[in-house]
Design a protein around this ligand. Structure first.
Ligand code: UD1
Length: 429
């Protein structure tokens, strides 16, 4: 299993190209199931999750052709996926595949909408809490699907097609909103989604669906209206920049100090996180080329942050911010409201010398003068990268074990950081 070795204490200088958003690429790939025509996606990141979803879609009979420049070649801009779901050969998504990536459960919506049936395994437990799918099921049920649960599988049937309906989410859910939008696109009549998730990835998927002939308005706001159509066609769409990757590198620069331009990204995708970094004393500037992040040797100020659905501070940057606050001058407080049990990085950060107290969903972090390198264990995607961030400022060597979690969501992390002067390398095996 690969490991990442970091020798801390090197400032970061240079440019980092931000990849396409994982959390947009995955639902966009799933949306290909809605049409028999070709869907072409540009700026798709090279990630383990993208490869895995390709295999999962392959199981349904979807062909994916990959092209594009390789990393290291001039003007590398991610890969292009040409996806054809002309013939769906199987409407079952088996446990072996769904249990490896939770988002693959979302195939239930396009499959039932286009094929009239879907049989999808429940995703099962996950390292960051129970993460249920009840609201996804509620959404397709509201659209007229008949739902049965048998032997760990959700079976959705709508032999005469789905019907538009009003869907009111009792809590904001990204997965629920994607599911409802995709299913409603092919439903008969109008669907109104209330309390929809407002994440930029929802708007990105809706904009691709509209290019495919869907009639969706309001995506990106909490009320989305969808006029169902009987058929969708092919389209070409470029995936939006990854706001979590953007925020992660901004925090890395804040931690290591230095001056880095984050290219191919936009500040409005992560305004709340950039505001928090400014509050902590980090220089953030928007330029026509991207976002410039800088910090000189001066100290970091502590912050109080509560995670929230977009446009609030993202839960997917919580672990990274906590790593940063371990070095602030004073006491910070971070409250996690989206996922229970999303504090697995805490004990690993403590191994590096951090002072963190957990009380329910709130972590209190007393900034320390120095962190010291140690072997640590990556537990989930965002937790893993928080350990790399801490390691950038720790004295001596930190070995991050089990980095396959990182490869699910960060493209060539060690290359991007080492190009800016970090002493970081992957040890294969
Ligand atoms: C997506 C993101 C993930 C991010 C999260 C919150 C992708 C591939 N993943 O995950 O990176 O951390 O949004 O921004 O886009 N819930 C229910 N019932 C349901 C569905 C969700 O109770 O049927 C709860 C969840 O347990 C959680 C909250 O709703 O507490 C938010 O979950 P949701 O927004 O759906 O997250 P994901 O779409 O799984």
């Amino acid at each position: 299993m690969d490991r990442i070795r970091v020798n801390g204490g090197k400032p970061l200088h240079g440019r980092i190209a931000i990849s396409g958003a994982k959390n947009a690429a995955l639902p966009l790939m799933i949306a290909s199931l809605l049409t028999e025509d070709m869907l072409v996606l540009d700026n798709v990141p090279r990630l383990a999750d993208v490869n895995l979803l390709q295999r999962i879609l392959g199981n349904h009979g979807v062909d994916v052709m990959i092209s594009g420049k390789r990393p290291g070649e001039a003007e590398y801009t991610g890969q292009t996926l040409s996806i054809s779901a002309a013939r769906i050969v199987d409407t079952t998504a088996p446990y072996e595949l769904v249990s490896r990536m939770r988002a693959s459960f979302w195939v239930i919506a396009p499959l039932v909408a286009r094929m009239g049936e879907a049989r999808v395994s429940m995703p099962g437990g996950c390292a960051i809490g129970t993460r249920p799918v009840d609201l996804l099921i509620m959404a397709i049920e509201r659209l007229g699907a008949q739902i049965d649960i048998e032997a760990g599988y959700v079976i959705a049937r709508a032999p005469n097609g789905l019907r538009g309906a009003e869907i009111v989410f009792p809590k904001v859910t990204v997965s629920g909103t994607h599911t409802a939008v995709m299913a409603a696109s092919l439903a008969d009549g109008t669907t109104v989604i209330e309390n929809a998730a407002r994440e930029p990835e929802i708007a990105d998927v809706a904009s691709c669906l509209n290019k495919m002939g869907a009639r969706i308005s309001g995506a990106g706001s909490s009320r989305i209206v969808i006029e169902g159509v009987s058929k969708l066609n092919g389209a070409r769409h470029s995936v939006i920049p990854d706001r979590i990757e953007t925020g992660t590198y901004a925090i890395a620069v804040a931690m290591a100090s230095g001056d880095v331009l984050l290219e191919h990204t936009r500040p409005e995708l992560l305004q709340s996180a950039l505001d928090v970094l400014r509050e902590a004393g980090v220089t953030i500037q928007s330029t026509n080329e991207g976002i410039r992040v800088a910090r000189d040797g001066g100290g970091l100020r502590p912050v109080e942050v509560t995670t929230a659905p977009f446009p609030g501070f993202p839960t997917d940057l919580q672990a990274q911010l906590m790593a940063l606050m371990t070095r602030a001058r004073g006491t910070s407080r971070i409250t996690e409201t989206i996922f229970e049990n999303r504090f697995m990085h805490v004990q690993e950060l403590v191994r590096l010398g951090a002072h963190i107290q957990l009380d329910g969903d709130t972590a209190t972090i007393e900034g320390v003068e120095r962190l010291k390198g140690a072997p640590v264990m990556a537990t989930d995607l965002r937790a893993s990268v928080s350990l790399v961030i801490a390691a950038l400022a720790a004295e001596g060597e930190t070995m991050v074990n089990r980095v396959y979690h990182l490869d699910r969501g960060f493209e060539r992390l060690e290359d991007k950081l080492s190009a800016c002067g970090a002493d970081i390398e992957r040890i294969r095996g």
